[in-house]
Design a protein. Structure first.
Length: 197
């Protein structure tokens, strides 16, 4: 399995991204010194694509497939792409506060700790639908790991399109999110422009 092993803070610095979007509270003290280099139009488009890929932990080929799927859907391609990325199972687990970071959410799904509508799903890219219930397996609910996670994520704001019950470690996807409800600093129109060349 291909994994992006770039140091997170270094990557955030190069993309001009706040690590908080990945669930990381650390801040980098260093600044990136680019001596008055003006970025080309292509450079800006590429940076937005890299930002989206990095935030959601998606590699190039699956990202391209998501884009093709977003084009086939009704409505605007850019917002469709963001909704597809946002409804990935690993992202939903992160948004519900059942993981500290998106990488940890991916690991929790990989380790078969997550049930979707009562069935075990271990595919992080599984796309959830409105009405799906997501919960942590009964066997691992009492594990110390989840107590630690809840201590850290209790104050985190859960998006309006999700519902979570911290006692039972379960939640529901009330509806699919709209672009306004996705608080990720990505300009998806630049990604559309990049792929439509």
């Amino acid at each position: 399995m291909a994994v992006d092993r770039t140091p997170v803070l270094k990557r955030c610095r190069s993309l001009g991204l706040d690590p908080i979007y990945l669930g990381i509270d650390k801040k980098s003290n260093r600044t990136l010194n680019r001596a008055n280099r003006k970025m080309s139009e292509y450079g800006l488009q590429l940076r937005e694509k890299q930002k989206a890929k990095f935030i959601y932990g998606v590699l190039e080929k699956p990202f391209r497939n998501y884009f093709a799927k977003a084009e086939r859907m009704r409505g605007l391609t850019g917002p469709n792409l963001m909704v597809i990325l946002e409804t990935r199972l690993d992202n939903v687990v992160f948004r519900m506060g059942l993981a500290r970071t998106r990488k940890e959410a991916r690991q929790i799904v990989d380790h078969k700790h997550v049930l979707v509508n009562g069935k075990c799903v271990n595919i992080p890219s599984y796309l959830v639908k409105a009405g799906d219930t997501i919960e942590i397996k009964e066997k691992v609910k009492s594990a110390q790991r989840y107590k630690d996670i809840l201590e850290v994520t209790e104050g985190r704001l859960v998006p309006a399109w999700l519902e979570i019950n911290y006692e039972t470690l379960s939640g529901e996807v009330k509806e699919l999110p709209t672009r306004d409800q996705i608080d990720v600093p990505v300009n998806e129109t630049l990604i559309v422009e990049l792929y439509s060349k």
